[in-house]
Design a protein around this ligand. Structure first.
Ligand code: 3JN
Length: 332
């Protein structure tokens, strides 16, 4: 793009929306005008961006009548469902963080380290995957390309920031002995809840099914057998995942380590002798995906175990969306 783009941040007062702004500023994302938007409830709020104060405007059907090039959305599924097509119809390129459009065949679902080629196919909306899926596919992509993948078993340990400000408050208060249960049906302090998003008729949670479907779409391969158990744990920031993968071809662990270490966006931390492995507290505030505990699963042929950790609000949401927007700048 020749000139600087006009940007909208929809859901600017939320946890992910605020991180959109932080990441845009950190990465010196070029812009001419910035329009922070939110639902009527938060409209009128003041936010600071790059030393200037902005008033958050109410998201309405008219919001995209002004010339906006790129809109980053994180205002919940209902807002995305209604307003992303309105924006797209007016020529805005929307990067949407909700699940509303992820599985739509006309909407690319993108992790820039994995399938950047999909961005150019957009028809106005590009979907940002679920946080748990993003960090998993960043780690799996180099292995998929080299060996193929037959089956994946995901077990997640997800931080309360995935539930937004309510989840963080539930844990803060719970640690003081006051179980709020605003975000969860049970106390989160001192617990592990095998329950993220709603339960479906098949016995899985929606979060688990998101991981399964999104993995197929991003890797472009529905033949991979995938199962998932997603668990909320009393951690403030960063999701951890045990990933068990059955590869198609035999592998050497040394080569797996080298492939992961060389892959974009990955930092390998894997030195058990020094108690070195990825940790949520170290990954919080970072943009990379951290991989460790790289070892064979001896119980099956070509089995591999990984421990994968990333900041769910940054790489799992805001940073991934801004990376997509950076690629959009190249083609707009
Ligand atoms: O719980 C987490 O750790 C991640 C939460 C993601 C989430 C929360 C509410 C609605 C999503 C998502 O990104 O899939 C959605 C949604 O858009 O469906």
């Amino acid at each position: 793009m020749q000139r600087k783009p006009n940007l909208a941040v929809v859901g600017a007062t939320g946890l992910v929306g605020g991180t959109f702004l932080k990441v845009l500023a950190e990465r010196n994302f070029p812009y001419e005008n910035l329009y922070p938007m939110a639902s009527a409830k938060s409209a009128g709020a003041k936010i600071n961006f790059c030393g200037r104060e902005y008033t958050v405007e109410e998201l309405t059907e008219r919001s995209f009548d002004k010339p906006i090039d790129i809109a980053l959305f994180s205002a919940g599924g209902a807002a995305s469902e209604k307003f992303a097509p309105i924006a797209a119809a007016k020529g805005v390129a929307v990067v949407d963080n909700s699940s509303a459009w992820r599985m739509d065949a006309n909407v690319p679902l993108v992790v820039p380290e994995v399938n950047p080629q999909e961005i150019a196919k957009h028809k106005g909306i590009i979907a940002n995957p679920n946080c748990s899926t993003i960090q998993a596919v960043v780690a799996l992509k180099p292995l998929y390309d080299r060996y193929g993948i037959k089956r994946i078993v995901y077990s997640t340990y997800q931080s309360v920031s995935g539930s937004g400000i309510k989840g963080i408050r539930d844990l803060e208060e719970g640690l003081k002995g006051n179980d709020l249960k605003a975000a969860y049906p049970h106390a989160i302090a001192g617990n592990c809840l095998p329950h993220i998003d709603v339960f479906l008729d098949n016995g899985y949670t929606k979060e688990e099914m998101k991981m399964i479907h999104e993995t197929h779409k991003i890797l472009g391969d529905d033949r991979i057998a995938v199962t998932a158990t997603t668990v909320r744990v009393p951690v403030f920031s960063a999701h951890s995942e045990s990933i068990n993968a059955e590869l198609e071809k035999p592998f050497e662990l040394s080569e797996v380590r080298a492939l992961l270490a060389a892959a974009p966006g990955i930092v390998v931390i894997d030195n058990p002798a020094e108690n070195a492995y990825p940790l949520a507290r170290d990954a919080a505030g970072r943009d990379e995906v951290f991989v460790g505990r790289i070892r064979r699963d001896f119980s099956v042929e070509n089995g591999l175990n990984l421990w994968v950790v990333a900041d769910n609000i940054r790489k799992g949401a805001a940073t991934n969306a801004v990376q997509i927007a950076e690629k959009l700048l190249e083609i707009l």
